[in-house]
Design a protein around this ligand. Structure first.
Ligand code: FES
Length: 104
């Protein structure tokens, strides 16, 4: 099962198993990790699941859609490696991915 490392705002690193087909957001919410609010439940309409994808893993997820890009433009602290965690779907290609939860 794919594993994701979440670097939390307080610096803790949590390794969570996230089944293939589920999102990085799902793994966080199901394990009550702080920082990924996911107000819209994963329908790509709130941007409260904003994370930074570690540079080593940026190319291992599906590309950003226009809808996601529009939301990220207005996310606090948006950076080139920003993604919406609900759009990061786990597969064998991204097992071991590392994401950083923004501090703001
Ligand atoms: S959970 Fe709302 S955009 Fe990701």
């Amino acid at each position: 099962m794919p594993e994701v490392t979440y670097v939390l705002a307080d610096g803790r690193e949590m390794k969570i198993d996230v089944p293939c087909g589920q999102s990085v957001m799902d793994g966080s919410v199901r394990n009550n990790l702080p920082g990924i609010v996911a107000e819209c439940g994963g329908s790509c309409s709130c941007a409260t699941c904003h994370v930074y994808v570690d540079a080593a893993w940026e190319g291992h997820f599906d590309e950003v859609t226009d809808e996601e890009r529009d939301l990220l433009e207005f996310a606090d602290g948006s950076q080139p490696n920003s993604r919406l965690a609900c759009q990061l779907i786990m597969s064998d290609a991204n097992c071991g991915a590392r994401v950083v939860v923004p501090t703001n």
